[in-house]
Design a binder for this molecule. Structure first.
Ligand code: SF4
Length: 443
């Protein structure tokens, strides 16, 4: 009997390929690896990943496609090619989950939420010729995620992506994590994560959790258990992840993180201004106060771990002066590297609902305009600054933050702060890559 072919596609936003298809910033399409692992052996599976090569038509019986908001127009474009030939297309991922009614117009079936609880049913329905238009996956307790089919990922990925937790109890106005993964912080069994780590070929690992340690004592204990497991099994990986500023609070946790291979942590700082933290509903940063940032960074660096600070520009209360101040803050706050973005209202967020209600979306020819929703340009009409002036101010601030001599100086400081070559090396690379991407991308 002929084996059916499932074609999985990871589309890339074609608007700013220099930014989106960059070796330093691309992440493995983990969700597609999971879908492949959930698919029975009587299917042949092919993965086309536009992070590495532009899509070319490939014969298939069924197509599965995922997309972030900014890559959704590309996903719809590819879906149209298959639908024209009568080949059904199923779409999942964050964008389709946030705007299923839109996605339904462009694909044959939408999977809303996490795939594990529903994919078998999608395949059964396909086999029976009765694919439904809309599948809603239940949010489970413990995450029962199979090991993704890493053999399908392109070998050019520098970092292996591994997820250990999902969900976030916070509800920052600009973030869709809670809407997608729920507000309950959920874990994968530690032993499953350790097994997966042992099998990943890459030396570098990105734990893609939105917050690797969570927000309470139980979640911190679980993170410690994971770190101890890595040390106990002798797994020699260098890893980075994302966390909140409470990462710095517990010396034992920091020590274990370092000993298990952590050399870099991304912290969502967002802004140094308390009013804007309020606007963002960034409760934890507000609680500790923006003044605590330098101490937070120092505590982490002392353990040999470098800090990447995430900063956002374009808050409603931003002025030309506060944008300049944020650039000055970046240069003096003591973080080792930065990821900067323009405040962007993604569907599913409180920010999007508010801005849409206030009729302040600049680009609203959806779905085509979603490609602009990639944190790179203003998409919100600012209450007090003209869009072009706002864009110019942000551009100037970024040029200041990513000014070559400042990077060099900061790289040297990182070496002293962390006394760790790996942290120095990784952060330097990250900083230089990001500088090139962001300045090239912004023109
Ligand atoms: S930004 Fe971070 S803390 Fe805030 S809701 Fe998103 S994942 Fe949670």
């Amino acid at each position: 009997m002929r084996r059916k072919t499932l074609l999985l596609i990871n589309p890339a936003n074609q608007l700013r390929p220099g930014f989106h298809i960059n070796r330093a910033t691309r992440n493995q399409p983990l969700s597609l690896g999971i879908i492949a692992a959930l698919t029975p052996d009587d299917w042949k599976i092919k993965l086309i990943d536009e992070n590495f090569r532009t899509f070319r038509y490939y014969e298939a019986d069924l197509v599965g496609i995922t997309a972030f908001t900014s890559s959704a127009p590309r996903a719809y474009e590819i879906a149209a090619m298959y639908r024209k030939k009568g080949i059904p297309v199923v779409m999942g991922g964050i964008h389709a989950s946030m705007v299923p009614e839109e996605a339904k117009k462009f694909v044959d079936a939408v999977v809303q939420g996490e795939a594990e609880g529903i994919w078998h049913q999608v395949l059964d329905d396909f086999e029976k010729g009765s694919l439904k238009k809309h599948y809603i996956s239940p949010v489970t307790g413990t995450i029962q995620q199979p090991k993704p089919r890493r053999d399908l990922f392109h070998p050019g990925y520098i970092c292996a992506g591994i997820q250990t937790t999902r969900g976030c109890p916070m509800n920052c106005s600009f973030c869709s994590v809670s809407a997608f993964n729920g507000r309950h912080y959920r874990f994968r069994p530690v032993e499953d994560v350790l097994d997966e780590l042992e099998e990943t070929p890459q030396k570098y690992v990105f734990f893609i959790d939105d917050n690797i340690i969570g927000h309470n004592e139980a979640s911190k204990e679980r993170a410690k258990e994971l770190f101890r497991g890595i040390i106990f099994r002798g797994i020699k990986k260098i890893w980075l992840s994302q966390s909140s500023i409470n990462f710095a609070d517990d010396p034992e946790l920091l020590k274990l993180a370092y000993q298990s291979g952590c050399r870099m942590i991304f912290l969502g700082i967002e802004t140094e201004n308390d009013d804007q933290l309020e606007e963002a509903n960034k409760k934890l940063n507000l609680k500790q106060g923006a003044k605590s940032y330098s101490t937070v960074f120092r505590n982490i660096q002392r353990q040999g771990i470098g800090v990447i600070a995430g900063l956002i520009f374009g808050w409603d209360t931003d002025t030309a002066e506060t944008i300049r101040r944020r650039a000055r803050f970046a240069l003096h706050c003591g973080a080792d590297s930065f990821q900067t973005s323009v405040l962007t209202p993604l569907p599913g967020t409180a920010l999007f609902d508010r801005i849409q209600k206030e009729n302040r979306l600049i680009h609203k020819n959806f779905p085509d305009d979603w490609k602009r929703y990639d944190y790179f340009e203003p998409t919100i009409l600012h209450p007090s600054i003209e869009t072009e002036a706002l864009d110019n101010e942000i551009r100037k601030a970024l040029k200041r933050i990513f000014f070559r001599p400042s990077i060099l100086l900061n790289n040297v400081k990182t070496l002293f702060r962390t006394r760790n070559f790996w942290a120095f090396w990784m952060l330097s690379l990250n900083y230089w890559h990001y500088r090139n991407i962001i300045l090239k991308g912004r023109g």
